[in-house]
Design a protein around this ligand. Structure first.
Ligand SMILES: *Cc1c(COP(=O)(O)O)cnc(C)c1O
Length: 355
């Protein structure tokens, strides 16, 4: 039976990425060696990193003056590296979920941390709108896609202070006006590559403004100066990321991706809204294109396990909601084909008919 992969992360990757990475595990760039056993400083591997950075810049239209880095430690290490490198006196954060809270917790180790608005009062089911960003903050941090709650900030906001965004789960899902950001980061394992590599897009001139000294490995400048080769980078995930970037380019780039993502999300949200057994959990205007969260409607709460088992038997994988919220979550990342969303919608209709 065909499996439909709705996992939130690690998550579905293009078949192109998986096949080309599998080939390079056996024979990398005609070297007769595995990509896992060649020096990161070999000319073949340096070419991989160079091409990945070039494609990152091309696909996202990254302007001059920004660096693209491939680091280790996941988005979670960035929660600490961001304040280490940017927080001098005061930082401002938008609290839109568990990941935002984790970022806020780390910032507090480095200085005053102001939460300008929070949607925690409503289980993070919306994105706060009318807040004021303090103009004396060193930066303002947002989480553009709240993977666990299925809310998303899909527009590049204006900030009077440097804007920093965790885009772990929506990078490459829509065009971004990079010039509005001082920095964007994310773990690659949602929409780009296997886990192990973290991407960072940083505006060079936004760095170097804190008074503290920063340990070498935690200083973005180190990685800019050494072009992500200060130490051994996560070579295999970077190789896989390059394949996904090529796939994105071959498939028309990010505008085309966004169009497909909107189509897929609309298909599923329309069914959630139509089918009396289900209801969406995120505020309609903040619904994510990447993580679609829903629960059984109040009259049918007791059918949750029944639907889960029914859907699992139909090949729907990874649709359980995050352990902190329950219900269901279908992640519809770039690589998820429309057919998988259609299969899930058909499953929901069939469940409706049978019950
Ligand atoms: C998954 C996720 C993280 C955590 O990433 P790690 O690489 O596991 O540290 C952080 N932020 C968001 C928005 C995520 O979706």
């Amino acid at each position: 039976m065909k499996k439909h992969n709705f996992y939130a992360g690690p998550s579905i990757l293009p078949q192109y990425t998986i096949e080309n990475t599998a080939k390079a595990v056996l024979d990398f760039a005609g070297t007769g060696l595995s990509v896992m056993e060649v020096s990161h400083r070999s000319k073949e591997f340096v070419a991989v990193v160079d091409e990945a950075i070039a494609l990152f810049k091309e696909l996202l239209s990254i302007p001059e003056g920004y660096s693209v880095l491939f680091l280790g430690g996941g988005a979670s290490l960035q929660f600490a590296m961001v304040p280490y490198n940017f927080l001098n006196k005061k930082a401002a954060y938008l609290n839109t979920g568990v990941w935002a809270k984790k970022a806020i917790k780390e910032a507090k180790f480095f200085g005053e941390t102001v939460v300008v608005a929070s949607s925690e009062d409503a289980v993070f089911n919306y994105v706060p709108k009318n807040y004021t960003i303090p103009t004396d903050a060193d930066y303002f941090h947002i989480t553009t896609n709240n993977t666990i709650y299925g809310t998303e900030i899909r527009k590049d906001i204006d900030s009077p202070v440097p804007l920093i965004a965790d885009m772990s789960s929506d990078i490459f899902s829509r065009p971004i006006d990079i010039s509005k950001y001082a920095m964007i980061y994310g773990g690659a394992q949602k929409n780009l590559a296997p886990s192990g590599v973290t991407f960072v897009i940083v505006k060079n001139e936004a760095l170097g403004k804190v008074d503290r000294s920063i340990p070498t490995m935690l200083n973005y400048q180190t990685h800019i100066d050494s072009e992500s080769m200060f130490n051994t980078p996560p070579c295999l995930p970077i190789y896989a990321a390059l394949q996904t970037l090529k796939w994105l380019k071959d498939n028309g780039g990010i505008k085309v991706m966004e169009k497909k993502n909107i189509e897929k999300a609309n298909l599923l949200y329309n069914e959630i809204d139509r089918n009396k057994f289900f209801k969406g959990t995120a505020a309609i205007e903040d619904r994510s294109l990447m993580n679609i969260c829903f629960v059984m409607s109040d009259e049918y709460k007791e059918l949750e396990t029944a639907f889960y088992n029914f859907a699992s038997a139909k090949g729907m994988i990874g649709i359980k909601g995050h352990r902190s919220v329950g219900g269901f979550r279908a992640s519809t990342y770039n690589a998820l084909p429309k057919e998988s969303v259609e299969a899930l919608v058909a499953t929901m209709k069939e469940f409706e008919k049978n019950n």
